[in-house]
Design a protein around this ligand. Structure first.
Ligand code: 0GY
Length: 296
């Protein structure tokens, strides 16, 4: 570790296991991030965590190790509204990555066009108080109106305790909505628990709300092999097979105390999506529809 990296958070393992499950050809890791490298792409002055460098090269090495073909790189909060690191990684992927940006609500059409040309296909609205200072709903709605002409969607990150409060906001978004990590339900409640029931009601409120069935490492306090996560999420995958995405969440922002093994995360896939058809939808068809629609 260089001096420059000292004191910065390490939240991923450099030695992930090889998963037993082999993702099918064309599989997409549809939720991951890059951090820096800081010397080239400084972190935001408002960043709530300061991670070690986790750049494009390391992300693509993990992609190949786990058996994926493409990535969707989501702008992480530590880079604020400067999407340069994410755009750089997309450009370095040779067409094998696209992204989700975080933008200044006052963004204009020319900048949105630039982001589109750089491979962005959505914007992320983050409501986690530990990650961002504010989340102005009215301005987010205005942004979502402005991205409609590009065929983009919005990605929304929130925790289960504010789902009810967010319902009118989510209902007012005029483009498809993707919810990160199912809105962080308490999976120990089981598939019929209050959090999962509330989340299903949200999915049922619009047929263009999607979700990422991701982050057993964040959502299952019992840890690997993530049995509570599997029990709660498998029925959701079965019931909403055309509106689900999967991703590693590498480099697992902030997960410094319990760093997940990416190979073990991949081995959750066949337990929540047990048939080849579900796996094809989850890993290929659904993310292709959102991120590479021109190839469909
Ligand atoms: C995630 C989760 C987290 C962080 C970020 O943008 C971010 O910094 O998304 C988190 O700390 O829960 O899904 O990537």
């Amino acid at each position: 570790m260089s001096d420059e990296q000292a004191g910065r958070i390490l939240s991923w393992t450099n030695d992930p296991s090889k998963p037993g499950f082999t993702p099918l050809p064309g599989a997409i890791d549809a939720h991951c991030h890059v951090f820096g490298p800081m010397a080239q792409f400084p972190f935001s002055a408002k960043a709530k965590y300061l991670p070690r460098d986790a750049g494009a090269e390391a992300l693509f090495a993990l992609r190949d190790h786990l058996g994926f073909s493409r990535n969707v790189i989501v702008q992480a909060s530590c880079h604020g509204i400067d999407n340069a690191a994410t755009l750089h990684a997309i450009a370095a992927s040779g067409g094998r990555a696209r992204g989700v940006a975080v933008v200044d609500p006052a963004i204009g059409d020319a900048e949105l066009d630039r982001l589109h040309a750089g491979g962005m296909r959505g914007v992320r609205f983050n409501f986690l108080k530990r990650l961002v200072d504010d989340a102005p709903k009215d301005k987010f709605i205005a942004v979502s109106q402005r991205i409609a002409r590009l065929g983009w969607h919005v990605v929304v990150y929130f925790e289960a305790d504010i789902l009810e409060e967010l319902r009118p906001f989510l209902a007012a978004i005029p483009v498809p909505v993707v919810i990160d990590h199912m809105g962080r339900p308490d999976v120990s409640q089981g598939p019929e628990g209050a959090d999962m029931r509330a989340f299903r009601a949200l999915l049922d409120s619009r047929d263009d709300i999607w979700t990422k069935v991701t982050c057993p490492d964040r959502l299952d306090p019992k840890g690997a092999p993530y049995d509570d996560f599997v029990r709660a999420v498998r029925p959701l995958v079965a019931d909403y097979p055309d509106r689900i995405l999967w991703g590693t969440d590498w480099p697992h922002p902030n997960m410094q105390d319990d760093i997940p093994d990416d190979g073990a995360l991949v081995d959750v896939i066949p337990r929540i999506a047990p048939t080849p058809e579900l796996q094809r939808k989850l890993l290929v068809d659904n993310p292709m529809r959102l991120y590479w629609p021109e190839e469909m």
